[in-house]
Design a binder for this molecule. Sequence first.
Ligand code: M6P
Ligand code: ZN
Length: 195
Amino acid sequence: MTMDIPFIFELRPPDFIPSRFDNHIIRTLGSMEGQYLDQQAFASLLVEDDRVLYEVYETQRPHNSGELLNGVTFLHPGLVGDEYNMTKGHFHQVANTAEVYLCLKGQGYMVMENLQGEWAVEALLPGRVLYVPPFWAHRSVNSSLEEDLVFFFVYPGHAGHDYGTIERQGFRKLVLHSKAGPQIVDNPRWQPVKV
Ligand code: M6P
Ligand code: ZN
């Protein structure tokens, strides 16, 4: 019996909602406590409406090293203060595991860093493939104020998510909205996790 194996699903424009998925994860503003620079803006937006920031459609596979977990993320447009909507961001729990992204729609950035102090911020544009190396934390940012940032992702089945490190230290770099376009700036609240 191979009926339940997700050999194939379709991922097509214009909406890119996968034709088949097992989980639909919805993350709201409330799950981003402490992550945005403008904490006052965050608090007042949250009181108004715990709005949906992003949605992830996952194909479920066993969480072991032979498998590849994959799915599609829809990061909705918007601002918290001057900061664009973004994902929580994470290291992988098994830190030496990589991830590949294929941007399908919209415009944004992948903000990345490792514990050695290296960082990178790369633009995400339709058709662009982005490789997150092992040991690098990653967070996506939607720099359009109008449309979703949509991307396909794939990573090893045993990788897991470590959110705690980023919750404590933040990312070194922020992407802020300005009239001149998105600005990549130092995060004044960044602080290294004590080991
Ligand atoms: C990507 C993948 C997923 C991840 C999602 C949301 O699509 O890396 O594994 O869950 O982004 O990001 P986060 O888990 O940091 O909220
Ligand atoms: Zn990841």
